[in-house]
Design a protein around this ligand. Structure first.
Ligand SMILES: C[S@@+](CC[C@H](N)C(=O)[O-])C[C@H]1O[C@@H](n2cnc3c(N)ncnc32)[C@H](O)[C@@H]1O
Length: 276
């Protein structure tokens, strides 16, 4: 797996990242996302979500949850953690959140109907909160989370978005059970955030499994693409698939279908300032 650890571990990625071609304004697809990302920098809503996370990072309350992540048996492993530990180690921070929020805003502005969001792995609902914060009333958010306790935490956290008219649902159970049910329901999603399992094989499996769920004009955000060498290999494979174009935000990556005419294929990066 070769996990990325410490300053040395992260710095070895930099040279390759900077070698990627820089996204240019005239290239199309991601230009609107970059514009919206810039506009959200001073957004008070972004600050409010981040403040909620800061409060969780101080919270010493214990949560008993079931872990379905890498290396756990199919029935999950029982864990007990302080909320502040999960908030500090597993939750999206403001840099990632700013992208989550602005991607949803961009897609919502492009659609003539309500935007539909899917998140795999909600944990304490930080990513969910950022995603839902980018969504206008009438939008639909659907989270999938293995742990009942964390799913419940996420639902309560998203109550404020439900109150302003965003439809919220969080399904509980391992993805191997909840994803097929969603596929069977013939739901479609415009924005998908893959943040459940940071192993290359699992990412490729999820990418395959979500294909029937992707609406026209979909955007898929993949978290922790440099968490390990095999995650990065999987990201490279999926973002260079036929008909796909990707933008590399350093810790996260975003893919969408490439326009057959005139659009560049393959991966580009953002500037260092814009990274997630
Ligand atoms: C990194 S955390 C998610 C963080 C969250 N998306 C955010 O942005 O703050 C990963 C979550 O995925 C869940 N998870 C991991 N593997 C899973 C699986 N196979 N089935 C269901 N849930 C899983 C874990 O319980 C954990 O809550």
């Amino acid at each position: 797996m070769n996990r990325t650890l410490g300053l040395w571990g992260w710095s070895r990625w930099l040279k390759r990242w900077f070698a990627l071609p820089l996204w240019r304004q005239d290239l199309g697809a991601f230009t609107a996302h970059l514009r919206n990302w810039k506009a959200t920098g001073t957004d008070s809503i972004l600050r409010e979500v981040s403040n909620r996370d800061d409060a969780l990072k101080q919270d010493k309350q214990l949560l008993k949850w079931r872990d379905f992540g890498a290396g756990c048996p199919p029935e999950g492993s029982p864990r007990t953690d302080e909320i502040r530990k999960l908030a500090g180690s597993a939750s999206s921070d403001q840099r990632k959140g700013r992208w989550l929020m602005s991607v949803v805003r961009t897609v919502a502005a492009q659609k003539r109907r309500e935007v539909r969001i899917l998140e795999l792995g909600t944990c304490l609902g930080s990513g969910s909160d950022y995603l839902a914060s980018g969504a206008p009333a009438g939008a639909a958010y659907h989270g999938l989370e293995g742990s009942e306790v964390l799913a419940d935490f996420t639902r309560r956290r998203l109550e404020r978005h439900r109150a302003r008219g965003v439809r919220v649902a969080v399904g509980v159970g391992p993805f191997s059970q909840t994803l097929p049910v969603l596929v069977g329901s013939e739901s479609r999603f415009d924005v998908v955030f893959l943040d459940g399992c940071h192993e290359g094989g699992a990412l490729m499996q999820q990418w395959h499994d979500i294909q029937p769920l992707l609406a026209d004009g979909f955007v898929v955000i993949v978290d922790d693409i440099r968490w390990s060498s095999d995650m990065f290999q999987a990201w490279t494979a999926l973002s260079s698939s036929k008909g796909i174009m990707g933008i590399d935000l350093f810790r996260m990556g975003v893919v969408t279908a490439s326009d057959p005419v005139g659009q560049p294929q393959g991966n580009h990066r953002v500037s260092w300032l814009c990274r997630a």
